[in-house]
Design a protein around this ligand. Structure first.
Ligand code: ADP
Ligand code: MG
Length: 523
């Protein structure tokens, strides 16, 4: 009896592994720090790139925090939470993923020291949350006055792209197409992200990247004899097969003589001609189909001067519907004018081995494509990621209507503000608030390191200039960096990106700190 009482009650199966208390915390903090360290060297314009090789041998060369963390095979649950920080950041504001991951890791590293000096995790968590509030105040103070004009938005786009694995590419050549793409589709209600597409095509310098109205599809008309250029074309999109119906009637054909054979052929011809006639009678000049079009129908359409595309993917059909205003039709019967769209301009062009069709719906529809050029697949892939970020930050800046100094300028202001308030906080929570400021300092310090500046000197100079002028950053131009005014240098980030980075990093770090028991099952 006595023996039974002493035995601990076992509620977990033997397959479970359990780490508790300080061990659990240690392991979580170490995993979190490791993730942050894995992207540290990529921060900022002079950040290095990473080459990611998948198990199937695919190579990605990138500097994008979210991409790196996504492609890495991360198993540790706490580390996985940091990856989620980057993902949230990417989804919410589209940029600042490296910043958020580094900050989360640094908050954990600082917490580790506080735990070592016996600060209770709840005190750290409270301190961090209070500090995050102070950080938001500091960001609000840093918001620049004035309108977000095209120049400002281009600066924002540029800052988000500098240092992406674009080599010697001049990003200012890309900032302008990004901003004009966003401006073209922007309405009073904001920007629908779906209205901006990216189409990549190798074979030219990235400076040839441009905004084109409408959509680009890598498709060729169904017949060589069809026009390669169209203007003001009435457009239909269908997803029904234009071929001989293989109904029951067919099976009953019992062809025994030439007459019957001729009849059968005629019936088929009638049916096919019927399709072409219906299309022509509906006034359609341009037909997109997600299905097959019988060769004979293609020929008849071509004779009528109608341009047709067959076997389009569903996503292309959706884009074309958006761009031309046409409704996707399941049948050719009872086509109404309202179902048809317009293509102001269509042109088929050849790029090396690829044929592309450019379709512009005209003034009625606002739909643009960034036609991204680059020398190789690796270049256009990384450009696509950089441009996606840039589009997002321009939208974020437009949405919140506010931008802040980049190049570590906002971070140094946050650290200063948080540290300034820590002194007035009673008790040991003060230590946690100070630790938060130290963690934020790590961002400009990393920028300095990645630029080849001495991080300690740079931080001292940066603080001195911030104290003297209220605004300072580690402006990187050409090969090196120096302490200067980020606004003068045109290095601006959306305030929303900074806010989200503070929010998601604090959230992840405090969540990890609250865990003191890790139970993992093997299955
Ligand atoms: P993230 O994933 O956090 O966006 P990035 O590698 O894109 O990481 O780096 C972003 C940081 O680089 C921002 O703080 C931004 O202000 C800064 N930055 C951008 N351009 C410059 C520049 N020319 N000089 C210094 N800092 C810059
Ligand atoms: Mg960025």
């Amino acid at each position: 009896m006595a023996q039974r009482r002493q035995q601990p009650m076992v509620i977990l199966s033997e397959d479970n592994e359990r780490t508790q208390g300080e061990d659990a915390q240690d392991s979580n903090i170490r995993a979190g720090k490791a993730v942050a360290n894995s992207v540290r060297t990529t921060l900022g314009p002079k950040g290095m790139d990473k080459m990611l090789v998948s198990s199937s041998g695919d190579v990605t060369i990138t500097n994008d925090g979210a991409t790196i963390l996504n492609e890495m095979d991360i198993e540790h649950p706490a580390a996985q939470m940091l990856v989620e920080v980057a993902e949230t950041q990417e989804i919410e504001v589209g940029d600042g993923t490296t910043t958020a991951a580094i900050l989360a890791g640094e908050l954990l590293a600082e917490a580790e020291e506080l735990l070592d000096s016996d600060l209770h995790p709840t005190v750290i968590v409270e301190g961090y949350h209070e500090a995050a509030q102070l950080a938001h105040e500091a960001i609000d103070e840093q918001v620049l006055d004035g309108e977000l004009d095209t120049d400002t938005l281009e600066s924002v786009a540029e800052s988000s792209m500098t240092g992406k694995g674009t080599g010697d590419i001049t990003v200012d050549a890309l900032a302008s197409p990004v901003v004009s793409a966003v401006q073209q589709v922007a309405t009073d209600e904001g920007v629908d992200r779906e209205d901006i597409r990216i189409h990549t095509q190798t074979g030219a310098a990235s400076s040839a990247t441009e905004v084109v109205d409408g959509v680009i599809v890598d498709e060729t008309p169904a017949s060589e004899t069809m026009d390669r250029q169209l203007t003001d074309a009435t457009t239909a999109i269908i997803d029904t097969e234009l071929d001989v119906t293989t109904g029951e009637a067919d099976a009953e054909y019992n062809i025994t003589d030439v007459d019957q054979l001729n009849q059968a052929i005629e019936a088929e011809e009638d049916e096919l001609r019927g399709y072409a006639d219906t299309i022509a009678e509906a006034g359609i000049d341009l037909l997109f189909s997600t299905n097959d079009i019988n060769d004979r129908v293609v020929e008849l359409l071509s004779r009528e001067g109608i341009v047709a595309y067959e076997d389009l993917s569903a996503s292309k059909a959706t884009a074309l519907a958006q761009a031309t205003g046409a409704t996707q039709l399941g049948t050719l019967e009872d086509i109404e004018a309202a179902d048809l769209g317009t293509t102001a301009e269509l042109s088929v062009e050849i790029y090396g081995e690829d044929t592309l069709t450019f379709i512009d719906g005209g003034a009625e529809t606002d739909y643009v494509t960034l036609f991204v050029r680059g020398s190789t697949d690796h270049v256009v892939d990384e450009l696509e990621r950089a441009l996606n970020d840039a589009i997002d930050v321009v939208i974020a800046a437009l949405g919140s209507g506010s931008v802040v100094p980049g190049a570590g300028g906002t971070e140094i202001a946050i650290a200063d503000h948080v540290r300034g308030h820590a002194a007035s906080v009673e008790g040991r929570k003060q230590l946690a608030i100070e630790a938060f400021a130290t963690a934020v300092d790590e961002l400009p310090r990393t920028l300095a390191e990645n630029t080849g500046m001495d991080p300690i000197d740079a931080l001292v100079d940066l603080r001195a200039r911030h104290d003297a002028q209220g605004r300072a950053g580690l402006v990187s131009t050409g090969r090196s960096g120096e302490v200067g005014d980020p606004v003068e240098a045109g290095i601006l980030d959306p305030a929303a990106v900074k806010r989200e980075a503070i929010e998601s990093a604090t959230e992840a770090a405090t969540m990890i700190l609250r865990i003191d028991d890790v139970i993992s099952s093997d299955n």
